[in-house]
Design a protein around this ligand. Structure first.
Ligand SMILES: Cc1cc2nc3c(=O)[nH]c(=O)nc-3n(C[C@H](O)[C@H](O)[C@H](O)COP(=O)(O)O)c2cc1C
Length: 171
């Protein structure tokens, strides 16, 4: 990338790309985690693939790499509180993460029972992308908890939070 483009411009343009805001569930053995994630999108129809780009230093990255599975939990728009808490490694107590109830999905990864809708994925391919690894996940299960809420899932613009842009911009 050219350093000639001011970081402020790049940030403004990159932050203008609409993104969901969701929780990625991951687990390897006894270690479970949930993480605030905005970089998620569908990338193929056959197989049905979703891509999630996860910081190489994140606990979630290690858990997905070791287990080969993850979940995408779309969240009701009116409840954006969990996203602050899930931006650092989660605390598990019983079948909760940061106090939010979970169940073990068919892949073994956690599904948040408060999610409006969820996907369970097995890693189809992992692509190294510098600061992040792009996990291409094949969707092996999915569900809708709340028909009404699924049309109103949280998006990053529902919050004052930002993610991404350029590293040299101080992110
Ligand atoms: C609004 C918001 C969006 C985020 N989106 C992503 C993302 O798409 N990918 C990512 O790797 N980290 C993202 N993060 C940062 C992670 O949530 C945070 O670094 C996380 O705690 C690291 O994961 P860990 O708990 O697995 O270590 C985001 C944070 C916030 C506040």
């Amino acid at each position: 990338m050219s350093d000639a483009v001011p970081a402020e411009t790049l940030n403004k343009v990159l932050w203008a790309i609409p993104n969901v805001l969701c929780l990625i569930g991951s687990r390897h053995g006894d270690e479970w985690n949930g993480m605030t994630q905005s970089w998620v999108t569908q990338v193929a129809m056959e197989p049905v693939l979703v891509a999630a780009s996860v910081d190489v230093t994140a606990v979630t990255n290690r858990l997905i790499t070791d287990s080969g599975v993850f979940t995408v939990n779309l969240w009701p728009r009116e409840d954006t509180r969990p996203f602050v808490k899930f931006s650092k490694p989660a605390t598990k107590e019983g079948m909760t993460l940061n106090g939010r109830p979970i169940r073990e999905g068919s892949t073994g990864a956690p599904v948040f029972t408060e999610a409006a809708a969820w996907l369970e994925c097995t890693v189809w391919q992992k692509v190294a992308c510098g600061t992040h690894d792009l996990f291409l996940g094949e969707v092996v299960d999915a569900g809708i908890a709340d028909d009404e809420a699924v049309g109103l899932v949280a998006r990053i613009e529902d919050t004052r939070m930002k993610y991404g842009g350029v590293k040299r911009g101080g992110q």
